[in-house]
Write a protein that binds this ligand. Structure first.
Ligand code: 13P
Ligand code: SF4
Length: 319
């Protein structure tokens, strides 16, 4: 504990000395989330992280999350230095959608509007017309559908099918998934709900349909946090990465939070619902990137400017 406090102090000092701001996701280590808040940075979902990094005056952004979040920050602010505690922190959705195969998929369907989830590489975004995050996917696809557009969607099949069911849009889909959310189980959730009849069920839309269908609220991490704060219920069953519980407990200390069941929620695996790549973010990594300049994100041209189009379109839409 003393060592952690010392690391946190060192990171705090370095952020100040280097004029840097920490932009963190809700799934990273609680110490990093606290440090971000205490030093004037932000902890949020992917949409807010992108906006915050773009709008903040600091010339160095330390992005604690996974690679696509650092890349989005760099695409939006090429003049800023974007550092990450660990450059190997990736995402199964990003890994499962290689740019060349994705380009071939797009080439085969030129009549479709290409909509990609934020959890993709810069090269994939460079081929897209729109980027969406989980907080605005429904409204953007709903808007395109109302204009009569047919959609090519990538890469998350669960989010894609949720959006498809809600909007009725014609969506041709890539079949990626999130290794964390894909593990939540509908039947086990039904049993757990019987034990907690007063609980509200909060679900991230990267979860399978059988889980999403039981939700009182489906939304991005920030939207799920808001639901815990605002909904009048004594307990919540939460189907998202358990890193999220840190902020939820701070924001609603009197509410009981229960992890939604995964195949591995058992005596042998108490924390299966935690992203291994988000877990790579640590205080030491923040110190190293600020001290040594390690973990710098570069996005080469012309990919950067090509990818900027789809992100800007989303940010203009949600304004
Ligand atoms: P949010 O945009 O909802 O924070 O989701 C990001 C993510 O990676 C969820 O697994
Ligand atoms: Fe990717 Fe899933 Fe990890 Fe989010 S939780 S970064 S979607 S692997």
């Amino acid at each position: 504990r003393d060592e952690r406090l010392a690391l946190k102090e060192r990171a705090r000092t370095l952020l100040k000395e280097r004029g840097a701001v920490l932009v963190a996701h809700y799934y990273v280590d609680g110490d990093l989330q606290d440090l971000a808040i205490e030093t004037g940075g932000c902890v949020s979902d992917s949409l807010e992280m992108a906006r915050f990094g773009r709008d903040h005056a600091a010339q160095t952004l330390v992005v604690a999350g996974v690679r696509f979040m650092g890349e989005s920050a760099k695409i939006l602010s090429p003049e800023k230095r974007v550092l990450m505690p660990d450059l190997d922190a990736t995402c199964s959705l990003d890994l499962g959608c290689p740019a060349e195969q994705f380009a071939a998929f797009c080439d085969a369907h030129p009549d479709r509007t290409v909509v990609v989830y934020a959890n993709t590489s810069a090269a994939v975004k460079a081929r897209a017309d729109w980027m969406v995050t989980s907080s605005c996917a429904l409204s953007i696809v709903g808007h395109l559908h109302a204009q009569g557009k047919k959609i090519l969607w990538a890469p998350d099949r669960h989010l894609g099918s949720y959006v498809q069911r809600q909007t009725g849009a014609d969506m041709l889909m890539w079949t990626g998934d999130c290794i964390v959310h894909n593990e939540f189980k509908g039947t086990e959730l039904e049993l757990l709900r019987r034990e907690h009849p007063l609980a509200k069920v909060l679900v991230h839309p990267e979860s399978p349909q059988s889980v999403v269908e039981q939700a009182d609220v489906v939304g991005s991490t920030a939207q799920l946090l808001k639901a815990v704060i605002e909904m009048d219920a004594p307990e919540f069953i939460v189907a998202t990465d358990n890193g999220m519980f840190h902020r939820m407990k701070q924001a609603a200390p009197n509410k009981r939070l229960i992890e939604a069941p995964t195949a591995g929620n058992s005596a042998t695996c108490k924390s299966c619902a935690h992203c291994p790549w988000m877990a790579m973010n640590a205080l030491q990594g923040v110190i190293d990137c600020l001290e040594k300049g390690s973990g710098e994100i570069h996005v080469e041209e012309p990919v950067r400017s090509q990818a900027l189009g789809c992100i800007d379109r989303m940010l203009d839409f949600v304004k």
